[in-house]
Design a protein. Sequence first.
Length: 228
Amino acid sequence: MSFERQQIDVLLKAFVNRRATVGLELALGAAIEVQALARAARGARSEAVYGLKRALAEYHDTVLHKRIQKNINALSLEGQPAIVLDRAEHLGPVVPTFDQLKGKVVLLFFWAHWCPDCKAESPIIARLLDKYRSQGLAIVAPTQRFGYIVSGTPAPPDEELRHIVEVRDTYYSFLRDQPVPLSEANHKEYGVSSTPTLVLLDRQGIVRVYNPGTMSEAELDAAIRQLL
């Protein structure tokens, strides 16, 4: 057994035995991620995805879920049909299905009420939506509750929902008339361990860009234009 594998096994055992601290959880997530990326870099992408899926099955109810799913998606989601969204709860208009959106280029903008990078990305997305709406660009902007509001103050679901609406109206005014699914499940399925996460679908509902983190206006503009 390699030293790298031995290190990972030690981390796994500590996590399973519930002795893991926040720092150890971060180290475990990093170890799983680095091992998968190393496999992919050697050309063993399928092996990397398989290993990540095994890790996800073991840690799906832990804080590692989104990070592991993010890496699975980064290695395998582009070129695949978009993952169906949970549409049960939402802000704004009823969330359309991807079948209903076929024929349009769709930007999925995953954001969080506490996220400064999401707020920085907001004017870029608003400008591009105005620029390309008439050519067939649509947006769906999933978010979720996190159990707290300003400065990490714990909040019940109804209070946090009011806060989310306030943040949307203040920083994302262009989303007032756009569908905003409200579900933790969407963030888990799309591996949103970092916000924003930007996902671009072509006119057939196939994922063409999966990008955890921000994109510059030039980068996002070029990606959209390629699909229109």
